[in-house]
Write a protein that binds this ligand. Structure first.
Ligand code: PMP
Length: 391
């Protein structure tokens, strides 16, 4: 058998994707060894449907909703598309922010293409917090529509106070959507407490398989029925297509484990992240941590190494897997739109690495990464000094 991808590497890219939890893997394998379309009426079909129902309950319990409020999708990208297409109506505002994931930003641009004046982008401060006061200014002149703000930023981990968002939106008669992809399974989330109408999530960020996710739709939300996929009418007509039974069962198992271990994992991961930041900043004076320190996900460290290009540092430490900006943007020649929106210069944005930790990160990996980062930065600085030096 070939070596598993990622072995021998200290993995610091949980925000791109988390390793699958053993319980989720076992559930996926078992499900894939069974036959049954959850829409079939015979015994194997009913068994598949029962297990999908159980996974729906597990996921609902993780976010505090009822199982009937969940629509299974292929991931958060699809959930975001579905949410914004349903919630937006031309002539009323679609309010989002400059630091959203492209799965929201591009969808927002696409749905408002015929009425670009409806798209309102909120700015962020230097600490990465979305400027929520700007919501009042928007609603002072326009009412209704939809507000879509991410619960936690994928690059900095900075959190949005969704209760403040929901309050302002309710007073203006607007719907609330949140892209909660990065927060689910990493911090406690209760949709009723947050008072949102729509919430997107993705299994592979909390230890489930890739290619499966969900959209929560609050029961009774005044939402027109605008599916992206029509066909066999699955998911109450919201999302046609044969259900990804194994993926859904794997997501349910991951949700169940995440819910059970959340309290312990939050503390442990935050302590490891803090240790990584202390070791790196202590050894490399001048480097800076991005994002509001006391309002972040426990597992994210976004660190700028001024004057040292991130791609060169990453290449100099191949046994540490971390990201330059976000994975979705990597490969693209433009620097992170999130860091630029926070006011970083292009050069500083290109000298920033995101380390994201999670449930399986160990202290040994943190120690190893800190040493590797120190060595890699020194190596890149030396190479730059040599290149700049007299010839
Ligand atoms: N939103 C955010 C905030 C994300 O971080 C991601 C994944 N990088 C997505 C949406 C897209 O999720 P998926 O991979 O499930 O389509």
């Amino acid at each position: 058998m070939s070596e598993p991808i990622g072995s021998g590497v200290s993995y610091f890219d949980y925000n791109a994707t988390a390793p699958i939890r053993p319980e989720a893997l076992a559930a996926v394998v078992e499900a894939m060894q069974s036959v049954g379309n959850a829409s079939s009426m015979h015994h194997p079909g009913r068994q598949a449907a029962d297990r999908v129902d159980a996974a729906r309950r597990q996921l609902a319990s993780l976010i505090g909703c009822s199982p009937g409020e969940i629509i299974f999708t292929s991931g958060a990208t699809e959930a975001n598309n579905l949410a914004l297409r349903a919630a937006f109506t031309a002539g009323s505002p679609l309010v989002t922010s400059f630091v959203e994931h492209p799965a929201v930003l591009e969808t927002a641009r696409a749905v408002t293409a015929g009425s670009p004046e409806d798209l309102v982008l909120l700015p962020v401060g230097g600490d990465g917090l979305v400027e929520l006061d700007a919501l009042d200014q928007v609603f002072a002149v326009r009412n209704g529509g939809v507000v879509s703000l991410m619960a936690a930023n994928n690059e900095t981990g900075v959190l949005t106070d969704l209760r403040v968002v929901a309050k302002a939106a309710r007073e203006a008669g607007a719907l609330v959507h949140t892209d909660a992809t990065q927060i689910i399974g990493r911090l406690p989330v209760d949709v009723a407490e947050l008072d949102v109408d729509l919430l997107s999530l993705s299994a592979h960020k909390f230890g489930g398989p890739q290619g499966v996710g969900a959209l929560y739709v609050r029961r009774g939300s005044p939402l027109p029925h605008r599916p992206l996929l029509v066909g066999g009418g699955q998911e109450r007509g919201w999302r046609a297509g044969t259900l990804n039974v194994a993926g859904i069962i794997g997501m349910g198992a991951a949700a169940e484990v995440a819910a059970r271990r959340l309290g312990e994992e939050v503390e442990r991961v935050a302590a490891l992240r803090d240790r990584l930041e202390r070791l790196v900043v202590g050894a490399l004076p001048g480097c800076r941590i991005n994002g509001r320190r006391d309002q972040r996900l426990p597992g994210v460290a976004s660190i700028t190494f001024p004057g040292v290009p991130a791609d060169a540092v990453l290449a100099a430490m191949p046994d540490v897997a971390a990201s330059e900006g976000s994975a979705c943007a990597s490969g693209a020649p433009t620097p992170s739109h999130v860091l630029l929106a926070m006011g970083l210069s292009r050069e500083d944005a290109e000298s920033t690495i995101r380390f994201s930790l999670g449930y399986a990160t160990t202290e040994a990996e943190v120690e190893h990464a800190a040493q590797a980062i120190k060595r890699a930065v020194a190596q890149v600085r030396a190479a730059l000094a040599e290149a700049d030096g007299p010839c």
